[in-house]
Design a protein around this ligand. Structure first.
Ligand SMILES: Cc1cc2nc3c(=O)[nH]c(=O)nc-3n(C[C@H](O)[C@H](O)[C@H](O)COP(=O)(O)OP(=O)(O)OC[C@H]3O[C@@H](n4cnc5c(N)ncnc54)[C@H](O)[C@@H]3O)c2cc1C
Length: 457
């Protein structure tokens, strides 16, 4: 598990008690008051070489926005953040700041880093988003996927005067920020308000539009100057075990999509077992707990290896979730509906986790499998290089005019990394459009023929 470098920062964010929070999906953390924000901003050393900026994957100038808070110029502070991060409404709630800006703050060495994420939240809630420039360029870009990467790309394109239109497979917009991150950490209305603001800026969004089904990439390309694929990685890694078809067994994506903002308390008196040890497992477990299930997390290694954030683990423990280690699911038992999960017990031998030959059974009326995420390869034909970019570290693909951003290409699957890769993709698209203009390409020379060949259209 990650080292908690900034334990005292956690204490500064006011949280509702564990007893109260498990009764509903109400947001756990509350925003700093003006007095708290000014007091915290005053502690910033305004370092000559601020490590917090490099600690932020989007390179937000934390030093500068904190200075503006001290000057009580909250609107100016927001503008500083927006220069690098078009979606602070998400990052101020969901960033893993202990490992990023705050973890790099010079005061982290004393265990008392500046609470940068809490200050960002204060700024977001005490200022307002201003209108973006009107689109000036004739170029238009199709953005596939409305998650943080697609949203960030649409805003960044608009900043440079280019029109981006979002196409989303789902009936709602926002990607995992709305369909997976539970409301007690990231309220649904945060994404809804951001989307409303974007639509008010003239950014078009079309729902229920699956690329690959409604239209193929090659069918889209003649209508757009470039296409950005920001389809994420929201498929669940599957488990092949006997009984997997029983009712009451969910993969994390289906479960969270249905329940992450609360949807009934059907768990009273029932047991839920969540299989996994990452942040997604914690979110599933804490969501099920709020539905009144008695919840146990079963992880195949031991606590030391559990990949979730320490903050999430601590909060899960406070809320009453039980943990069982060294268990690997073998079979689901029940009659139509799941009743038990049979686990193989594991032990550590020469640093390997190996089966002991013994099994145990755990009661479960609900089983949630959170053992990993995958890119949806069916979105593209195999010729799309399975969604891989041309070279590591860039967003261009071997398809001329087609770019990738977000979880679909990122090693680190977080909102702030999705935002940064969208910024990178927009820079590459801008260069591509500039080159295209210079060459004054005719349609036959755009590579469209090459697309058609690659996509088998
Ligand atoms: C349970 C959970 C909790 C998380 N918690 C955090 C957190 O606290 N902090 C954090 O920073 N990150 C967190 N993450 C990660 C974060 O949500 C992702 O890194 C981020 O959403 C990635 O953004 P994206 O736009 O690349 O992809 P997504 O958010 O997955 O959005 C992709 C969008 O593309 C759409 N799409 C897919 N295929 C098609 C198609 N063929 N046609 C049209 N549209 C399509 C999808 O429906 C989706 O809306 C969490 C993830 C999960 C699963």
């Amino acid at each position: 598990m990650e080292k908690n470098t900034v334990a005292r920062v956690q204490e500064k964010m006011e949280k509702i008690s564990a007893e109260e929070r498990i009764t509903a999906f109400r947001e756990i953390e509350s925003c700093f008051s003006k007095k708290q924000a000014l007091k915290e901003a005053e502690r910033c050393l305004q370092c000559i070489n601020p490590a917090c900026i490099n600690g932020c994957p989007a390179q937000v100038n934390c030093k500068e926005f904190i200075k503006k808070i001290l000057e009580e110029n909250f609107q100016g502070a927001l503008q500083t953040i927006l220069e690098q991060n078009p979606l602070p409404c998400f990052t101020c709630r969901a960033c893993n700041s202990e490992q990023q800006c705050e973890g790099n703050c010079i005061l982290a060495k004393t265990g008392d880093s500046i609470a940068i994420r809490a200050l960002e939240r204060f700024v977001v809630e005490n200022s307002e988003l201003k209108n973006l420039n009107a689109s000036t360029s004739k170029n238009n870009v199709a953005i596939i996927g409305s998650g943080p990467a697609g949203m960030a790309a649409a805003i960044e394109l608009k900043k440079i005067g280019v029109k981006g239109k979002i196409f989303e497979l789902q009936g709602n917009l926002g990607g995992l920020a709305i369909n997976a991150i539970p409301g007690y950490r990231l309220p649904k209305k945060t994404a809804e308000e951001q989307i409303k603001w974007m639509q008010g800026q003239g950014i078009e969004m079309e729902k229920n539009f699956k690329i690959g089904e409604k239209k193929t990439l090659s069918e889209m390309l003649p209508d757009f100057d470039a296409v950005l694929i920001a389809t994420g990685e929201s498929q669940a890694k599957k488990l092949d075990a006997n009984g997997k078809e029983l009712e009451g067994i969910f993969y994390w994506n289906d479960f969270l999509e249905k329940y992450c903002h609360g949807n009934g308390k059907q768990g009273k008196g029932k047991k839920c077992v969540v299989v996994g040890g990452g942040d997604t497992a914690m979110d599933c477990a804490r969501t099920a707990l709020r539905m009144e299930y008695g919840v146990t997390i079963a992880y195949r290694k031991n606590l030391e290896f559990m990949p979730c954030r320490k903050k999430e683990y601590n909060e899960a423990i406070e809320e009453g979730i039980k943990f069982e280690y060294l268990l690997s699911p073998q079979e689901f038992l029940g009659n139509k509906k799941i009743e038990k999960i049979k686990f193989q017990k594991l032990e550590i031998k020469k640093e390997e986790f190996v089966p002991t030959g013994q099994t145990i059974e755990m009661d479960a009326e609900l089983a949630i499998l959170a053992i990993g995420q995958e890119f949806d390869e069916t979105v593209f034909r195999a010729s799309m290089l399975q969604g891989k970019p041309l070279k590591e570290g860039i967003c261009s693909t071997e398809l001329h005019g087609v770019f990738l951003a977000g979880d679909a290409i990122n090693q680190q699957k977080t909102i702030v990394h999705a935002i940064q890769s969208a910024k990178n993709a927009v820079k590459e698209i801008q260069q591509f459009l500039k080159d295209k203009k210079q060459r004054n390409e005719k349609p036959e020379e755009t590579g469209l023929n090459r697309h058609d060949v690659l996509l088998g259209a």
